[in-house]
Ligand binder design. Structure first.
Ligand SMILES: NC(=O)c1ccc[n+]([C@@H]2O[C@H](COP(=O)([O-])OP(=O)(O)OC[C@H]3O[C@@H](n4cnc5c(N)ncnc54)[C@H](O)[C@@H]3O)[C@@H](O)[C@H]2O)c1
Ligand SMILES: [Zn+2]
Ligand SMILES: [Zn+2]
Length: 356
């Protein structure tokens, strides 16, 4: 079938909106007409030399849309279902069976290579008949359509606004799940979040849901910190400030119980570890580009470092919970969302949306 997709042709080039062909869904798959897709920071990683996924590739992994066709043998979700898309997983390895699909044995292959587990064939071919990497997170949803595994669909109420829900599938799930599921933030605790982008601000909102007594957001952009405060941060720190850990230890009366790093910057992570109190835990979600070096005594007082993928969430369980919290007004992630057409993918509106 003919469709449109934003193809990244070169690491340093723009996304090119092209007419391409997408195959029919195979066994275990459905065809989804994409109504909206979030833009997560991870979608720019295929631009980097040495990253497992390389151009030409269709990125996009926070798709939301309507099921349009079913592969052979598939009966659920029926045609017409409204679905969110999240990360791909096998459903059969020990971690999938344990209820931790983000740690699926084949997570890297399925989500971050762009080509998935099948070698050679790709669902999308370009006008010249050449294959385009189109299994990014099992969906490649910077496009009008996507072929996805049934396991990667989360059915939602058709009355809900798909363009708003799309980013739940990765960035917001990651920030919220890191706080509520992976770190298990407790009521009354002290939480510091480094980086107030989509992931970090979702973490701030989730820390408020969890009943944290102190929620500190750290970023280099003042407007993001303003928004963090409106979403529940009790304190904010401009990242350029001197000696952030000392300041944070003082503010928290000895250090944070939990830190979440969404920047991936090794120096910031080190500051995060130094901002923890005894037995505190730092969660790492930011894509890290360089080695992390910690001093010999950095972790000696029972501190923990936890790498986290996708908030350790089971999307079919967690996304409906986030939607319910949103409906109750307790998780106002609509404040992070701004919409624009696919044709403007190279020039998205800058900054975070401001309150109406
Ligand atoms: N582990 C996962 O499963 C997972 C899932 C989604 C996203 N990610 C990764 O999480 C990270 C955050 O994603 P995002 O969409 O929120 O990105 P983003 O770019 O919107 O946010 C990152 C924020 O960090 C801030 N920052 C950067 N360097 C800083 C510094 N030195 N001091 C203070 N603040 C600093 C930036 O100003 C920005 O506001 C990305 O690296 C992304 O690839 C990981
Ligand atoms: Zn698995
Ligand atoms: Zn993502």
């Amino acid at each position: 079938m003919r469709m449109q997709a934003a193809v990244l042709r070169a690491g340093d080039g723009p996304f090119v909106v092209e007419e391409v062909d997408i195959a029919d869904p195979g066994p275990g798959q459905v065809l989804v007409r994409i109504a909206a897709v979030g833009f997560c920071h991870t979608d720019v990683l295929p631009r980097g030399e040495g990253f497992p996924a390389r151009p030409p590739i269709i990125a996009g992994h926070e798709g939301a849309g309507v099921v349009e066709a079913l592969g052979p043998g598939v009966t659920e979700p029926p045609v017409g279902s409204h679905v969110l898309l999240s990360f791909d997983h096998c459903g059969a390895c020990e971690n999938c069976l344990d209820g931790h699909p983000a740690y699926c044995r084949s997570f890297l292959q399925r989500n971050l290579t762009g080509t998935g587990t099948e070698t050679g064939s790709q669902p999308v071919t370009d006008a010249e008949g050449k294959p385009v990497a189109s299994r990014w997170f099992g969906q490649s949803s910077f496009a009008t359509h996507a072929v996805v595994d049934v396991r990667n669909t989360i059915v939602v109420d058709p009355d809900l606004p798909l363009e708003l829900l799309a980013p739940l599938g990765c960035g917001i799930q990651t920030g919220a799940g890191s706080i509520l599921l992976a770190l298990g933030v407790r009521a009354g605790s002290r939480v510091v979040v480094f980086g107030a982008g989509g992931v970090g601000l979702a973490a701030v909102m989730a820390a408020k849901v969890a009943g944290a007594a102190m929620i500190v957001a750290v970023d280099r952009h003042e407007n993001r910190l303003d928004l963090a405060q409106e979403l529940g941060a009790t304190h904010v720190v401009l990242g350029a400030a001197d000696d952030v850990p000392r300041w944070l230890r003082k503010l928290t009366g000895g250090g944070a119980d939990y830190v979440l790093d969404t920047t991936g910057v090794p120096e910031v992570i080190r500051d995060g570890v130094d901002s923890l109190r005894v037995r505190g835990t730092i969660g790492l979600v930011g894509a890290q580009s360089r080695d992390l070096v910690l001093g010999p005594a950095a972790l000696s007082s029972g501190k923990n470092v936890m790498g986290i993928l996708e908030g350790d969430a089971v999307p079919r369980r967690f996304l409906p919970q986030l939607i319910e919290l949103w409906q109750q007004g307790r998780f106002p992630f609509e404040r992070l969302v701004r919409t624009y057409p696919l044709s403007e993918i190279n020039t998205p509106p800058s900054g975070m949306p401001r309150p109406a």
